[in-house]
Design a protein around this ligand. Structure first.
Ligand code: ADP
Ligand code: MG
Length: 466
């Protein structure tokens, strides 16, 4: 029964937070049952427990309660049994004892607009961290960001709907909340409703059950701005999408702004009617691209500032962020999680954040995003990319036209594989490991000052990862 319950919680969570975050945070947990309003969970490390408690605590609580077992609090214990990282957290230290303070989502403050409206809007709370101020803009998300900014500005509705789509953890929800915050600030009377498609469906089903479709319609048609997150969820849910369609049309007719996100473009949402697809496409459809190295580095630096305020006095060695930005390319949420864990760990054990500590503390995350790229593949791709012969990359020629690609290939071998420096040297025509070190440093330097090299490296990395 309790395994059943947890299974259902997991299904909902996986959907709500995405596969990656789920794997990183929820999968390692062990559910120990509910009693007297307390759900007991075991986490493999204090960091994971803390993180889950802070970020997903409220959600887990709600899902369990929704399934009929009332839960007011989560209780985490540390139990390394189900850990994916077989090693202890850090060999040099005994496992720090941490008391968990189960938190009911401290950062998510309900939006004032949602609260003060005369009709009670059934929206989700807005996360105070998700504002334009702390959204880092880079090439992959600049269009989405600009469109979101535009929608948040006062004035006539320019594109309706704004449809943002892209993979998990790329900032779509962040942008939506940012729009809501900004509108709320500049137009306090505007009725802004933000909710997930899942909640939309839930409301709809409730209205059907309690025979209050009139109330439902009135509510949803009375907002100035409607934002529906993760709309792919309504695919296949026929009566929900029908109702969504009517709501959508009614609002567009009244010139009310609609913002929608999805993990894929409108025409790829499974089980959704053509007329709805064409409605979704009728405004501006913007793709949030996967992050690139620069954006990840920017995000790390910006989030590290916030972490440094929480944990003052922690030093970060040069090169750590660069390493993480290179190695963790899956999604921003994972990147953030890694950073939080590093700072938490550093402050617990009173150490600075250096390369060794990062590798140890993040071994599970790093392993999860490990690429099975081989040096041979790297050599082949680099040769192709620079149009040089593979034999030249491995041979003795020192002309810039081959030595630079060779350095890039060595750099990629170091970053994308777990091979040691001497091993890499051997594979590049029996070179010394100091040559490899030199190459790695050189490329690191060049990437900062030479956009061409930086683009080359990023492109090659992507091709190799694909
Ligand atoms: P999505 O809705 O696309 O799955 P989220 O908006 O939930 O992604 O973003 C996941 C996490 O990554 C959030 O904590 C968010 O603040 C952060 N994030 C994503 N992109 C950025 C960015 N460009 N700048 C700052 N934080 C970001
Ligand atoms: Mg989202």
């Amino acid at each position: 029964m309790s395994a059943d319950l947890w299974g259902r919680v997991c299904d909902e969570l996986r959907f709500a937070i995405g596969q990656d975050a789920f794997k990183n945070w929820i999968d390692p947990l062990e559910f120990r049952g509910c009693e007297d309003g307390v759900a007991r969970l075991a986490a493999p490390t204090p960091f994971i427990g803390n993180w889950v408690s802070q970020h997903y605590g409220e959600r887990i609580q709600k899902i369990i309660s929704k399934s009929g077992t009332n839960v007011v609090r989560l209780d985490f214990t540390v139990c390394p049994a189900k850990t994916v990282t077989a090693k202890p957290v850090h060999s040099g230290f005994s496992e720090p004892k941490v008391e968990f303070v189960p938190q009911a989502q401290p950062m998510a403050k309900p939006s004032a607009a949602v609260q003060t409206a005369d009709l009670d809007l059934p929206g989700s709370p807005l996360d105070a961290k998700y504002k334009f101020d702390n959204f880092v803009v880079g090439k992959p998300n600049e269009l989405a960001h600009a469109a979101a900014r535009r929608v948040a500005e006062p004035g006539p509705v320019t594109f309706n709907p704004l449809f943002l789509y892209g993979g998990v953890g790329l900032g779509k929800t962040h942008l939506m909340h940012a729009i809501a915050w900004q509108i709320q600030e500049t137009r306090p009377d505007a009725r802004v409703l933000y909710l997930s498609a899942e909640q939309f469906m839930y409301r709809f089903v409730q209205a059907l059950r309690f025979k209050d479709m009139h109330g439902f319609k009135q509510l949803f048609r009375s907002v100035d701005v409607l934002m529906v997150d993760d709309v792919q969820f309504i695919g296949g849910k026929d009566s929900t999408q029908e109702e969504f369609f009517h709501t959508f049309n009614a609002l567009v007719d009244q010139n009310r702004q609609i913002v929608i996100t999805s993990d894929r473009p409108p025409n790829e949402i499974q089980g959704i009617e053509d007329r709805i697809i064409s409605r979704l496409q009728s405004g501006l459809v913007v793709d949030v691209h996967p992050t690139d190295y620069e954006l990840r580095l920017g995000i790390l630096q910006s989030k590290a500032e916030a972490q440094a305020r929480l944990h003052p006095g922690i030093d970060v060695d040069h090169g750590v962020f660069e390493y993480l930005a290179m190695r963790i390319s899956s999604n921003v949420r994972v990147l953030e999680g890694a950073l939080t864990r590093l700072f938490a760990f550093a402050s617990l054990v009173g150490r600075k954040i250096d390369m060794d500590m990062s590798q140890e503390c993040l071994s599970d995350i790093l392993r999860a995003s490990e690429r099975k790229v081989t040096i041979d593949e790297i050599i082949r791709k680099v040769a192709e990319h620079y149009n040089v012969r593979m034999a030249d990359l491995l041979g003795p020629r020192r002309a810039r036209s081959v030595s630079r690609p060779r350095q890039v290939a060595m750099f990629l071998s170091k970053s994308l594989t777990t091979k040691s420096l001497p091993e890499i040297g051997r594979r590049f025509g029996g070179r010394d490991h100091t040559t490899v070190i030199h190459a790695v440093r050189k490329v690191e330097e060049l990437r900062v000052i030479d956009a061409q090299i930086s683009d080359d490296v990023e492109l090659l990395r992507r091709m190799l990862e694909a």
